[in-house]
Design a protein around this ligand. Structure first.
Ligand SMILES: [Mn+2]
Length: 394
């Protein structure tokens, strides 16, 4: 028996994106997480998927707002296929979790009858597959949520139906990367899955959630993290991919076929530039232009700058950064650039045609700017300001 389904996880609907200061930009990203569900539903129909599994963290918090609950149920209801979700660390099962809320229960019933929340570690048997959920009952779970799958299972009754495990947590070897949130908060939680201890040959696909990028867990081709359906963080390595959903074809005892398809719209990029010469500021413009697809406005950039620039080039850099600020939903800047006046610039500030006070201040700042720590940094900033001021008057 063969079945094709969609594996997704970590929708984290209602995620606040608190690091984004501009509320307009924040709401664009929040809306995108919901709208991406439409693309997910379309993918399921296009691929003739029999169902969708959400491997945890459908909601971002234990108490999603009513608006988030209503939107989620509306979008799921429109997907046109059954959707099965397990509670994760952000949205655990149990009385304090979102699935116990009266409001969720009534909206679920009214708007998303195709949604099943698998809150218990018991097999869910369909005509075409067996789902083996490993829900999180609490945010922090010390026991391995997949432990029950090592015990006695009535596998005889399942015949040749593909067996699909749903679990949420981290596997060994993730190291410091495992923290699941840029915003801190709930990241770095134990919820360790010991997939190595699962019996061999008993399960045909392991649908994992918690890691927000797409990656295989282990190397035998059976266990995968889908990553989040819509990107929500800057990449931490060159191989990091997110905003994908997986089309999985599973068959009893066969290696599953896994195809990753883009469902996300926001583009999160990282760029590091070290300035060796003033002309490198122009290069930054070029590299920036090639980072994002044409016509896309849902762009975010983590920009790390280092090196040294003259005052004039520093001024140009500031102009570019303020442009990026406006063009991007978020520009997270780590600017370690040192701005030091060239001999010509110092002479210009000390030009007798200027107010003599400017020359005196510039000279004092130039000396202070070479000092380490905050004094030096403040003097550098003051020097730039002074230069910009004089520049504006020329
Ligand atoms: Mn999680």
């Amino acid at each position: 028996m063969v079945v094709t389904f969609i594996h997704t996880a970590d929708w984290q609907l209602g995620k606040p994106f608190a690091k984004i200061n501009n509320p307009e930009n924040r709401s664009i990203l929040q809306a995108e997480r919901i709208e991406a569900l439409q693309r997910l539903g379309a993918l399921a129909r296009e691929k003739n998927a029999k169902f969708i599994v959400v491997a945890g963290d459908l909601f971002d918090s234990r108490q999603p707002t009513r608006a988030t609950v209503s939107r989620a149920c509306t979008m799921i209801g429109g997907m046109g296929v059954p959707v099965y979700a397990i509670p994760g660390n952000h949205d655990p099962a149990g009385p304090s979790g979102p699935y116990a809320q009266d409001y969720f229960r009534s909206e679920h019933e009214r708007l998303a009858p195709n949604l099943t929340i698998l809150t218990e570690a018991v097999p869910f048997v369909r005509d075409d597959a067996v789902l083996l959920p490993c829900p999180l009952l609490h945010q922090h779970v010390n026991a391995d949520p997949t432990e029950w799958l090592r015990g006695d299972l009535d596998t005889q009754a399942w015949g040749n139906k593909p067996r699909i495990v749903l679990a949420h947590g981290s596997i060994q070897g993730f190291g410091a990367e495992q923290a699941d949130d840029e915003d801190g908060g709930i990241g770095g939680v134990p919820n360790q899955l010991n997939l190595d201890r699962l019996p061999n040959g008993v399960f045909d696909y392991i649908a994992l959630g918690d890691w927000h990028g797409f990656r295989e867990a282990g190397a035998n081709g059976f266990a995968w993290y889908s990553g989040t359906h819509e990107s929500d963080r800057f990449p931490r390595s060159d191989s990091y991919q997110s905003g994908l959903s997986l089309v999985v074809t599973a068959e009893r005892t066969k290696r599953p076929i896994v195809q990753e398809i883009k469902t996300g719209a926001s583009v999160w990029r990282k760029l590091s530039v070290t300035f060796h010469a003033d002309s490198d500021v122009e290069l930054l413009k070029e590299r920036f232009a090639s980072l994002f697809p044409a016509g896309s406005i849902k762009n975010l950039l983590e920009l790390e700058l280092a090196g040294s620039l003259s005052l004039e080039a520093g001024r140009q850099l500031e102009e570019i950064l303020s442009l990026l600020e406006a063009r991007l939903l978020r520009c997270k800047i780590k600017n370690h650039t040192t701005v030091t006046p060239t001999a010509e610039e110092t002479a210009r500030l000390a030009d007798p045609a200027n107010n003599p006070l400017i020359g005196a201040v510039a000279e004092a700042l130039r000396v202070q700017a070479t000092l380490p720590g905050e004094t030096g940094e403040t003097a550098q900033r003051a020097l730039r300001e002074l230069f910009n001021m004089v520049h504006a008057n020329i």
